[in-house]
Design a protein around this ligand. Structure first.
Ligand SMILES: Nc1nc2c(ncn2[C@@H]2O[C@H](COP(=O)(O)OP(=O)(O)OP(=O)(O)O)[C@@H](O)[C@H]2O)c(=O)[nH]1
Ligand SMILES: [Mg+2]
Length: 447
């Protein structure tokens, strides 16, 4: 196992987060790619030094620490963005490979990607990162070249030819990715015809999305105390207690300072979220930085175009309540229930449900809230199907509640409760059918 030192620079304006929790997260990121963290330390940075970001004293202190260890760690992770110059200078000063936060996250994603699209996205993010730095990063290119070792910077000529090679690779990757996306959007438009509401789970990494997903869909995707355990999106049908069927999506977790290259590259994956009917934001309510994590998630959603104006209902699942003491747990439950009386649920004023995805507490309450939201716009329609079209009738039974049904040779007449979405799909698929709002229901609505 590669030994690594993890340094979290403490800068001004770090906001609500505790430096200790950030350091722990950084060490967690390192552990996520099987690095053995031999030292994790905070480094106060009052004014960043242009040459090395960290102050000279700190640089020397870390050098001394590295020299003292046997075997000497070959890798130092600096949990902050570093400029290419700072990066190079630190590598020289320490005689060790340095990864900054972006590079580290890219490493993890590189190891996790499973699907063709995921791998292409990671490669693209990696190459864009490298191009923006003009220094070679630890993986990919170097691994592909093989056996060069990762110490020491490349020569200028090497950089120039690397740069050309990079540009070519980036173009080729983009083309391939475009192909894969075309296929995906085909699949998606096929799925959109599937008449079930889509519910997307989003949230900070390690919040418990996959655990909840497994519980709600009775499946077994990897859920682990590991940052970025999930990378590729998974979709599965789940039946709510009412019998309402939904499609649930589990996807990559968010993290603070998500590398911009990655946000861009993962847009396509996260587009599942953009198309969801309901968004469930899973939060680790027992985490000391729970509030800051929520803000990070809202930032990423914002960069995907899901902002305060979004009309979709948002539910916050306050997860891991089993880790709270009795008092805090009841408080969370009481406060959460109060939010459920709101008229509309938005990003800034979501509906909240206190749950434990691990032991199942509150999950039924979450499901009934989802149920309420996806069925909120259901109305009763009177529908006439000419010739008693069997497919049209089967469709209505599938997506709606058929309240009554009678037919003769010429036509079938049904009374069906449908969501607006299903109504639209039905009208499009069976244009010859006639939909009307029954008089009684119309009267009730206008009353
Ligand atoms: N105590 C407790 N632990 C939980 C709960 N839900 C999830 N966990 C644990 O939290 C860790 C992360 O859970 P995951 O479901 O993998 O989290 P995730 O949000 O999918 O994480 P990523 O895929 O890495 O973004 C695992 O060790 C789970 O067992 C809960 O309600 N209570
Ligand atoms: Mg997961």
């Amino acid at each position: 196992m590669t030994k690594a030192v993890v340094i979290h620079p403490v800068t001004h304006g770090e906001g609500a987060r505790s430096p200790e929790a950030k350091l722990e997260e950084a060490a967690g990121l390192a552990a996520a790619i099987d690095l053995e963290v031999v030292l994790a330390a905070l480094a106060p940075v009052n004014r960043p030094t242009p040459a090395t970001f960290l102050g000279q004293g700190k640089v020397q202190e870390i050098l001394a620490d590295l020299d003292e260890r046997d075997p000497r760690p070959g890798l130092v992770i600096v949990d902050h963005a570093l400029s290419p110059v700072q990066h190079r200078n630190l590598e020289k000063a320490w005689n060790a490979k340095v990864l900054d936060r972006t590079a580290l996250i890219l490493e993890i994603f590189g190891e996790r990607a499973r699907t063709a699209e995921g791998r292409l996205q990671v490669d693209l993010a990696h190459l864009s990162y490298q191009r923006s730095r003009l220094v070679r990063s630890w993986t990919h290119l170097e691994r592909q070249r093989g056996g060069r070792g990762f110490l020491g910077g490349p020569g200028e000529r090497q950089i120039e030819s690397d740069r050309r090679a990079l540009a070519e690779k980036i173009d080729r990757l983009k083309e391939k990715l475009e192909d894969v996306r075309r296929t995906r959007s085909l699949q998606r438009s096929r799925r959109q015809r599937a008449p079930y509401p889509v519910v997307a789970l989003v949230g900070y990494t390690n919040a418990g999305k996959s655990t909840l997903f497994n519980r709600m869909t009775a499946s077994d995707v990897l859920a682990k105390d590991l940052l970025f355990a999930t990378l590729d999106p998974t979709l599965r049908a789940a039946d709510l207690a009412s019998g309402q069927r939904i499609i649930l999506s589990d996807t990559v977790g968010f993290i603070s300072d998500l590398p911009t290259q990655l946000v861009a590259a993962f847009r396509a994956t996260l587009e599942e979220v953009l198309e969801a009917d309901v968004i469930v934001h899973v939060r680790d309510i027992a985490h000391p930085d729970s509030e800051a994590q929520r803000d990070d998630v809202l930032d990423v959603l914002g960069s995907l175009g899901i902002g305060p104006e979004d009309e979709r209902p948002i539910i916050e699942a306050l997860n891991k309540i089993d880790l709270l003491d009795h008092e805090r747990r009841s408080a969370a439950q009481v406060l959460a229930r109060r939010t459920q009386d709101r008229e509309v649920f938005t990003l800034s004023e979501p509906a909240q449900v206190a749950i434990s995805a691990a032991n199942g507490e509150g999950v039924a309450e979450l499901e009934s809230l989802i149920d309420r939201l996806v069925t909120a716009d259901r109305r009763v329609f009177s529908i006439e199907v000419p010739g008693g079209d069997v497919r049209a009738r089967a469709f209505l039974h599938e997506v709606g509640d058929v309240l009554s049904e009678e037919s003769d040779e010429d036509r079938a007449r049904l009374l069906v409760r449908l969501t607006e979405k299903s109504r639209g799909q039905f009208a499009k698929s069976f244009p010859e059918a006639v939909l009307t709002i029954p008089a009684a229901a119309a009267a009730r609505r206008s009353a």
